[in-house]
Write a protein that binds this ligand. Structure first.
Ligand code: CA
Length: 422
């Protein structure tokens, strides 16, 4: 039997050319047929495999799983089973969908278990208990430091020693497709004596990726960089909406607050680390040398191509940034080791975001703040309108995928329309 991410494995389900979801991917999500119950599904080509139905008909291990693992509002109960059992589940699903198995191939079984993705509603895959946002791209930190502080000392002294992060707001993480309202809040225009209140004029996206955890260790224990991969389930694309004018005024001394907590948007399918394994690449040389608890062996960066697109109301899409997750300075195993080194516990379904993913080239910057260089270099869209920041009616779309040896592992997209302030 071939392993689940072997490029030679084929599915009896037709996979269209360029699909994000070949049999080597099998990402997990929460779906419902119009108005129906929420269930755990796995994407394959243009379809989702209904794991709840698969369980009910006895195709999954009845000793390990229960019905509520697959028919549930979120995946947290399933993730709480831990890495080994979920890995076995994915291997089982991969086998059932492969040409090596006839179990689900008949027309009646296909109709029972497979649903067209475009006929489904997708929902938040996990109930996010805690959400952390890192700041782990050196190019992003350097760009922001250059703009707002000192070009000669753009990075703060701690930046290359600590994967800097802050605790964000989990209640306002929303699914792709859900429109958001422009936030309003305090801003202090540069020439004004006192702050004003009103809709943010500098609404921005942040191109990020987030990982979702399995339950960690008891409080007081730490997860090492070697152990970290067994506590990470999978990843999605993460748009960390930011109101730059509110941020500039409020962030001293405790960091971002209302400029960030009004919304973050995610893509619906969680792509497992197992599926991403073939796309690991070497990270940057870290200099100065990091403390021993942040050292790691092997490769823990991933070659994930990322596009950001702006689509004006009724208009066509313009790609405004092309970045790559491999540009990160700090990787996921370092972030998780750092997060728990003080004994902080992790729960199943926690979400840890990377921070804005900018590359070295200006075309790969992961926010409008950087792309338009604080509004001094407007971007031209295909309809010849200009953007310094995001306007009402704009839809921001982020897409990501890996590709190697003829296998494409995609994340789908996170797409969000911005509505006027309420
Ligand atoms: Ca962020």
């Amino acid at each position: 039997m071939l392993p689940s991410n072997d490029p030679r494995r084929e599915s009896w389900v037709d996979i269209p050319e360029g699909s994000d979801f070949p049999i080597q991917n099998l990402p997990f999500g929460i779906l419902s047929k119009k108005g129906g119950e929420k269930k755990v599904g796995v994407a394959i080509g243009e379809y989702a495999l209904d794991l709840s139905a698969l369980y009910d008909f006895g195709f999954l291990d009845l000793k390990t799983f229960s019905h509520h693992h697959f028919e549930n509002t979120h995946m947290n109960d399933l993730l709480n089973l831990g890495h080994e059992k979920i890995r076995q589940l994915r291997e089982r699903v991969s086998y059932l969908l492969s040409t090596e198995s006839d179990d689900l191939k008949s027309q009646t079984k296909r109709e029972l278990f497979l649903v067209k993705i475009d006929e489904l509603d997708m929902h938040m895959p996990v109930k996010v208990g805690d959400y952390t946002d890192f700041y782990s791209s050196e190019d992003h930190a350097r760009n922001v430091g250059t703009m707002f502080r000192d070009p000669d000392n753009a990075l703060l002294p701690n930046w290359k020693h600590i994967p800097v992060g802050y605790h964000g707001r989990s209640s306002s993480i929303v699914m792709s497709g859900e429109a958001i309202h422009r936030p309003a809040g305090q801003q202090k225009p540069q020439d004004a004596e006192v702050p004003v209140y009103g809709p943010s004029k500098l609404l921005d996206f942040e191109l990020e990726m987030a990982f979702v955890t399995y339950p960690g260790k008891p409080m007081g224990d730490r997860i090492s960089t070697t152990e970290a991969k067994d506590y990470i389930f999978g990843m999605c694309i993460f748009n960390d909406w930011s109101a730059r004018d509110m941020q500039t005024w409020e962030y001293v001394p405790l960091g971002p607050f209302l400029s960030k907590n009004f919304a973050s948007s995610i893509s619906p399918w969680l792509v497992t680390l197992d599926a991403l394994e073939p796309f690991k690449v070497k990270g940057p040389q870290q200099d100065p040398k990091v403390l021993p608890y942040l050292e790691y062996t092997g490769d823990h960066h991933y070659d994930i191509k990322l596009d950001v697109i702006i689509k004006p109301d009724g208009g066509e899409e313009t790609i405004v940034s092309q970045s790559n997750y491999k540009h990160m300075y700090w990787n996921m195993v370092q972030q998780l080791a750092h997060h728990t080194v003080n004994g902080c516990n992790m729960n199943g379904g926690d979400m840890l975001a990377s921070g804005t993913i900018s590359g070295p080239d200006p075309s790969s910057y992961g926010s409008m703040l950087e792309l338009s260089w604080r509004g001094t270099k407007p971007l031209k869209l295909k309809d010849s309108s200009e953007r310094k920041f995001i306007q009402d009616g704009d839809t921001v779309i982020m897409r990501g995928y890996c590709e190697k040896d003829g296998v494409r592992i995609g994340f789908g997209e996170v797409s969000t329309k911005v509505l006027p302030s309420k």
